[in-house]
Design a protein around this ligand. Structure first.
Ligand code: NAI
Length: 329
């Protein structure tokens, strides 16, 4: 028998959790032959609701689910975890300024980073989905003592998948024909979904579209504002697609990118493409043996440069704000 992989999920009683836990327990992350043990973190008032979710997990009798533990103390829940999916975050409330939001999230992600460094497995990989995801990842990694920064990343895979879907629909091709999609920058309205390096059926995507106006005024804003469009239509934020993208992100990180393709991940910048170190920004990455590398050597024209710079500037502003608040360990 194989040792179960221990996967922590925070905010487990939330909307994304309600989709994510069942996909994880069903074996969507590591396949049917790898048992998985779930470690679920919530705030105290949500533990009762979480118990109800665990009753449902039991009732699915998932063959790959080796165990479930729940709790409200990160140092207990994160003990020995190999993968931590940090989904729980503080949403922006009425009248809340950006500084308040960053501070509230710092109160979540700083202690969770600390707890991970104390008790998680040495090889732990940390994925931040909870918003503001890039900066929450920065807060967590800078409070995580001796865990190498490269073991932290934030989710832009949902934006990446949205970009693939929009492009495939426009060109009326299956999504599997789209390769080399890239989201640059922040998981926010400033993100830059890049068609200049994407390919459709082996052809340059920007040329295949052949319509700059569509790229600039339809494609980019549709991808960047998709979350708001879903809230408007559904009356609730995207949860199943965010859960699906979180699994895609973690699976790619654990099992590698497909031959000849790359994915988008927000990772601690090493200075590539003029993105300064000290922020967590989305890049095109390949993954081999559990290690990501930023794809090098792409030519960035003026159109892309301006958009990448704008998103990076926003990330630097968030970084400066959390630094001033004393949230970077
Ligand atoms: P939700 O509000 O339904 O669930 C969040 C859960 O986190 C709640 O159950 C809450 O009790 C819990 N929580 C709060 N503080 C916690 C703490 N300190 N420890 C453990 N749990 C805690 O929200 P939903 O829809 O599940 O979304 C979760 C986060 O994911 C939000 O920040 C949302 O903005 C973000 N998100 C990110 C996306 C991305 O692409 N990066 C896409 C969609 C959502």
């Amino acid at each position: 028998t194989t040792t179960p992989v221990k996967v922590a999920v925070t905010g487990a009683a939330g909307q994304i959790g309600y989709s994510l836990l069942f996909r994880l327990a069903a074996g969507d992350l590591l396949g049917p032959d790898t048992p998985i043990e779930l470690r679920l973190l919530e705030i105290t008032p949500a533990l009762k609701a979480l118990e109800g979710v665990v009753m449902e997990l039991d009732d699915c009798a998932f063959p790959t689910l080796a165990g479930v533990q729940i709790g409200d103390d990160p140092t207990t829940v994160f003990d020995g975890v190999n993968l931590a999916l940090l989904v729980g975050a503080r949403p922006r409330g009425p009248g809340m300024e950006r500084g308040d939001l960053l501070e509230a999230n710092g109160g979540i992600f700083a202690p969770q980073g600390k707890a991970l460094s104390e008790v998680a497995a040495d090889d732990v990989k940390v994925v931040v989905t909870g918003n503001p995801a890039n900066t929450n990842a920065l807060i967590a990694l800078s409070n995580a003592g001796d865990i190498p920064a490269r073991q932290f990343s934030a989710l832009t895979r949902l934006d990446h998948n949205r970009a693939i879907a929009q492009l495939a629909a426009r060109l009326q091709v299956p999504v599997t024909e789209v390769k080399h999609m890239t989201i640059w920058g922040n998981h926010s309205a400033t993100q830059y979904p890049d068609l200049f390096h994407a390919e459709v059926s082996g052809r340059n995507a920007y040329e295949a579209v052949g319509d700059h106006d569509w790229v600039e005024n339809t494609f980019i804003p549709t991808v960047a504002k998709r979350g708001a469009a879903i809230i408007e239509a559904r009356g609730a934020s995207s949860a199943a697609s965010a859960a699906s993208a979180t699994i895609d992100h973690a699976r790619t990180w654990l099992q590698g990118t497909a031959e000849g393709d790359w994915v988008s991940m927000a990772v601690p910048s090493d200075g590539s493409y003029g993105v300064p170190e000290g922020i967590v920004s989305s890049f095109p990455v390949t993954v081999t043996d559990g290690e990501w590398s930023i794809v090098q050597g792409l030519e960035i024209d003026d159109f892309s440069r301006a958009r990448i710079d704008a998103s990076v500037e926003e990330l630097q502003g968030e970084r400066d704000a959390v630094q001033e608040l004393g949230l970077l360990g």
